[in-house]
Write a protein that binds this ligand. Structure first.
Ligand code: SF4
Length: 595
């Protein structure tokens, strides 16, 4: 499962690439299809049928009590969130029009606040449609939770059986589940695979796994292909493979997939299909070292260019726009259809000590020619009718942002776009204004520990003052800003964490950023920090399971100075959640911590 508002970009870009090379290629988004089969009156009935009457679990009581409301509303809500029935906004904006479960209560910043008042206060200026979308989305979130409880506890909206693939040294848990009794959702997925095999009659099936919450589903798909069409060859690729499966030694994975492709899939796919040299591809009997050197070695990468993704098998009108927050910046990830585009390959900075810079998708930087990039974007807009782009780069450099903006302005094209940057001082007010004029509506970037000592230690290449100036430049032009934040970096003190939150509070209060998210520092095997740890940081030894290794990325570690407790992360999240709602901005950051 991945986000259901817009297609994940890997399959459209690979489909377009294969067609360019004369291969008959098709794609299907089984993540969306599973969601659309789950959110139906029939699945509500199936869930109800599995709940023992007389012994209704506490969590399911509201669902059972309001089952008629859930059943009657699920299809109209799906249609509304697909954009097919805008008139329903008048109904769903109204309090009490939909049953309200746990996700409605989470909307309020504290237990005393009234959910309705909060929603009205937050969305007052955004109108009927925004309120209706939030209600309809929370309705689906609630329903997803109830369906998971009744049908398959491993299900969540944008991830399925994720725990099996997060920090998973052994393949055993995935294997056990694959060989066990299929759940209701497993059966949906198996049925979808059978349908796609009948529809396309492929010789070859590739599955992309961007995140841990897609991994079990990918193996389930491969298992169904093996059973229904054993002659079909199977391939696994994607972000999870690139960062987690580089050290794979468990050969049982090849019972499901004939090939594993590393890094950008273009050259490996051509090699597997016999249209080029076999590169960056594992098959049974090969070792991790074979990918880095020897018989599975890479080739010189092709010149960087923006590829024209092919969306022809995907019906964009079936995707669901979800809005789970009134925060405008936060909505961009789940609301609306975005053509996702990678402009440059890799990160132009590639020097942060905590980052996976040893991996190709970060460490190997190449920039496309701006005119070609804009040509490709406009070709995709003309083919899909969607003139909204999300640049998924690790960090688009200021020079490329400037050049793309100049090109769009010169051509008089009216599109909107947003993407990931570094808070690099190269983003001057002049460039920010130019980007806004060219249709940039938002930027996201890493402010990490928001503390100059730690930013220097992690070699981020920015300072708090410099980052603030960049945020101000964007804010002055009306471009929204989201900051990625980090806590518990080795040697970080509580005083520094509180100072960082205070810095962030001021950014919110002064309108320099509109949203932010904290995540805890994690030590990964592909980072400079793991290769050359500072004094006091001791990386742990990765587990070595009996049948060989499955995934390896994050590694355990100890730090002589200790680590932050769980309560620090909770305090940071709660404070930032309030800041995003415009609350608590006049209180010093330390009030969120029990010090
Ligand atoms: S953290 Fe971001 S800016 Fe730093 S090297 Fe990684 S991708 Fe580049």
């Amino acid at each position: 499962m991945v986000q259901v508002n817009t297609p994940y970009p890997a399959t459209p870009v690979l489909t377009g690439f294969l067609k360019e090379h004369g291969v008959e290629a098709h794609q299907a988004d089984l993540s969306l299809e599973v969601a659309l089969r789950l959110f139906t009156p029939e699945t509500v009935d199936a869930a109800l049928a599995r709940i023992p009457s007389g012994r209704v679990p506490r969590k399911l009581k509201p669902f059972v009590t309001l089952s008629r409301d859930y059943r009657e509303n699920v299809a109209p809500v799906v249609r509304f969130l697909q954009g097919a029935a805008p008139e329903l906004a008048w109904r769903f904006a109204h309090p009490g029009s939909l049953p309200e479960g746990p996700h409605f209560r989470e909307l309020t910043p504290d237990e005393e606040s009234d959910p309705e008042e909060t929603l009205l206060a937050l969305c007052g200026q955004q109108g009927i449609e925004a309120r209706a979308k939030i209600r309809a989305s929370l309705f689906l979130d609630d329903l997803a939770g109830y369906l998971a409880e009744a049908l398959d506890r491993d299900f969540a909206f944008a991830r399925y059986a994720e725990h099996l693939a997060v920090a998973a040294p052994s393949f055993d848990p995935i294997l056990r589940r694959l060989k066990g009794k299929p759940s209701y959702i497993d059966e949906i997925l198996d049925g979808l695979v059978a349908e796609q095999l009948r529809r396309f009659k492929p010789d070859f099936v590739g599955v992309t796994v961007p995140f841990p919450g897609t991994v079990y589903g990918a193996f389930r798909i491969a298992q169904a292909v093996r059973r229904l069409a054993p002659e079909v060859k199977t391939l696994l690729g994607g972000g999870y493979v690139n960062s987690e499966l580089r050290d794979l030694t468990d050969e049982r994975v090849f019972d499901y997939f004939d090939f594993i492709s590393y890094d950008e899939g273009f050259a490996p796919l051509l090699g597997i299909l016999g249209l080029g040299p076999r590169v960056r591809t594992r098959v049974r009997g090969t070792t991790p070292a074979d990918v880095a050197n020897g018989r599975c070695a890479g080739v010189s990468p092709a010149p960087c260019k923006v590829r024209v993704s092919d969306y022809s098998d995907l019906d964009l009108g079936r995707y669901l726009s979800l809005v789970e927050t009134s925060n405008l910046m936060h909505r961009l990830w789940s609301d609306g259809r975005w053509i996702k585009v990678q402009l440059a390959s890799g990160c132009y900075w590639h020097r942060c000590r905590f980052c996976d810079v040893a991996l190709d998708y970060i460490g190997r930087y190449a920039m496309p020619e701006p005119r070609q990039a804009v040509d490709a974007m406009l070709a995709m807009r003309d083919a899909t009718g969607v003139g909204a782009f999300h640049f998924t780069d690790e960090a688009v450099p200021p020079s490329l942002c400037r050049a793309i903006s100049d090109e769009l302005i010169a051509r008089g094209e009216k599109i909107v776009w947003w993407g990931n940057i570094r808070f690099d001082k190269g983003f001057t007010p002049d460039i920010a204004a130019r980007m806004a004029e060219a249709g940039c509506i938002a930027v996201t970037g890493g402010l990490e520990c928001a503390c100059d000592r730690l930013l220097k230690l992690m070699n981020k290449g920015v300072t708090c003052g410099g980052a603030r100036a960049v945020c101000e430049a964007f804010a002055d032009t009306g471009v929204l800003v989201h900051a990625y934040l980090m806590y518990d970096y080795p040697s970080e003190t509580l005083a520094e964490t509180i100072g960082a939150l205070d810095f962030v509070r001021h950014l919110f209060a002064d309108g320099c950023i509109q949203s932010a998210f904290w995540h805890r520092f994690a030590l990964t095997v592909h980072s400079p920090l793991a290769a050359d740890p500072p004094e006091g940081l001791v990386p742990g030894r990765p587990a070595n399971p009996r049948h060989g290794r499955f995934a390896l990325n994050e590694i355990p570690y100890t730090y002589a100075g200790g680590k932050a407790g769980e309560e620090i992360g909770k305090a940071l999240s709660l404070a930032t959640y309030n800041y995003m709602l415009g609350r608590g901005l006049d209180m010093p950051a330390k009030v969120w911590f029990k010090t």
